[in-house]
Design a protein around this ligand. Structure first.
Ligand SMILES: NC(=O)c1ccc[n+]([C@@H]2O[C@H](COP(=O)([O-])OP(=O)(O)OC[C@H]3O[C@@H](n4cnc5c(N)ncnc54)[C@H](O)[C@@H]3O)[C@@H](O)[C@H]2O)c1
Length: 427
């Protein structure tokens, strides 16, 4: 029996066209076995060694960008995936390639749900960029569709696979004792908001990159949120006529007592030394962990260029004897785990439930989606009230009875108006 996993990639921009496309190029040439020990799945190295991976199609919004991605892939591998473009190119792919195994989704944040549901509807597994979707209701739809068909929806939560974070999860969080409070920050370059993304007004810095950290914290403690508050600012992008938040800060309180601040922006000036600024720290009852993901002690400068840092752990090129490069790092690891789960289901008869511990699941991402959904509502209300001189008093509460937006400014209309239910099930 031919052991092939056929993948189609929708979205080949800054992230899909780089990390996904390069990872799939290495899979196309050499398979997945060489990546497995990095994610603790090396016991399947021999089983998976014969599995072939084929990038069957790549799709983007415009024909030119689809052709570009197609040409890059051919240069790297000798194999030419079919190129699709348009507003819903996943429909064409799913129609034309009935034996597709995996749809990889790297479209803009607000355009994940449609391709994910289309794929699941056709019995195709999914690897999706974060955030999985933007509302808890969409998350439920995705999970129900995946469960109904026994399909994998693996979310690209690569921060879980950063070696420093694995050490925190498996060792240090036990040493520092019960978590008390912490901060996680991810500050993106101004260029992404003013140049790269055409969709900043349909997202915001917390929806865009906050899930990296909310997911990481969930992977450490498996503790659900009980409440949050959120504020955002609009002072920089507005200068360029862009009606989007510059920065968003969200404080989440978790069942285990941890109070965590998430700080995100996409307005870091180009003079900053690294690609992004990021890190997190947690204070526990018996200690503290600090992890600077941006400056890990590696820095250089040279004549004609200023001081620079780089994150060699995310992805790096490892030169092969033939002069080409293997692409490895935690940025690839989070794709590897989802594909390993798909291989177990397709070739080894495993169930969706049995493979769930292998990869960041849709069910786990639902927690992050609940946070970005509620934070967006709270942030907008607080933004309005702050501008009216009423302070930022709006919060959200999560409980067994669902999600409530708590707005004391509605007190005049009675208690029921203060607690507005947006979701009626436990998260
Ligand atoms: N995991 C990470 O660290 C990471 C980093 C950056 C971006 N992302 C995520 O990846 C996704 C894409 O981000 P990006 O930085 O590549 O954005 P981008 O704007 O550079 O690229 C978006 C891509 O989607 C395509 N697209 C847009 N509308 C489409 C449609 N209707 N059908 C098919 N393709 C369409 C565009 O042609 C483009 O190829 C976002 O969800 C983002 O949050 C993840």
């Amino acid at each position: 029996m031919a052991h092939t996993i056929k993948i189609a990639l929708v979205g080949a921009g800054m992230f899909g066209g780089d990390v996904h496309l390069r990872a799939y190029a290495d899979l196309q040439r050499f398979g997945i076995a060489g990546q497995l020990a990095r994610v603790g799945l090396d016991k399947w190295t021999r089983d998976f060694a014969p599995v072939q991976f084929e990038l069957a199609a790549v799709a983007t919004r415009s024909e030119a960008s689809a052709r570009r991605a197609q040409a890059h892939f051919k240069d790297w591998t000798g194999h030419e995936p079919r190129a699709y473009h348009g507003a819903t190119p996943w429909d064409d792919i799913l129609r034309d390639i009935p034996d597709l195994d995996v749809l990889a989704v790297a479209t803009p944040d607000n355009l994940h749900t449609a391709p994910i549901l289309a794929a699941l509807g056709k019995g195709v597994h999914v690897i999706t960029e974060k955030p999985m979707c933007l509302t808890i209701h969409e998350a439920d739809e995705i999970i129900a569709a995946a469960r109904a068909k026994g399909l994998v929806v693996s979310v690209d939560m690569h921060k879980r696979y950063d070696p420093d974070h694995l050490r925190v999860r498996d060792d240090i969080q036990k040493r520092i004792g019960a978590p008390l409070y912490g901060t996680a920050y991810l500050e993106e370059p101004l260029e992404v908001a003013t140049g790269t993304f055409k969709w900043v007004e349909s997202s915001d810095p917390f929806s865009y990159v906050g899930p990296h950290w909310t997911d990481l914290i969930y992977s450490y403690y498996h503790s659900k949120p009980v409440s949050l508050t959120a504020v955002g600012q609009k002072k920089r992008l507005i200068r360029d006529g862009i009606l989007a938040y510059d920065a968003v800060q969200v404080r989440v309180d978790f069942e285990n007592g941890l109070s965590m601040n998430f700080h995100n922006n996409w307005i870091t000036p180009p003079e900053f030394e690294g690609p992004v600024n990021q890190g997190h720290e947690i204070v526990g009852a018996d200690g503290k962990v600090e992890s600077d993901q941006q400056y890990r002690g590696f820095r250089w400068w040279n004549q004609g260029d200023k001081s620079r840092t780089s994150n060699n752990h995310f992805t790096r090129d490892v030169t092969r004897p033939d002069g080409t490069s293997a692409y490895v790092g935690y940025g690839v690891d989070s794709l590897t785990v989802g594909l390993a789960a798909v291989c177990r289901v397709k070739f080894h008869g495993e169930t969706r439930d049995a493979v769930a511990p292998l990869y960041p699941t849709a069910e786990e991402s639902r927690i992050s989606v609940a946070l970005i959904h509620a934070a967006a509502l709270v942030r907008d209300l607080n933004f309005t009230y702050l501008n009216e001189g009423k302070g930022a008093t709006v919060t959200a509460r999560f409980g067994p009875d669902g999600i409530f937006i708590v707005d004391p400014n509605r007190a005049d209309s009675g208690v029921d108006a203060v607690f507005q239910q947006i979701y009626d099930r436990p998260i």
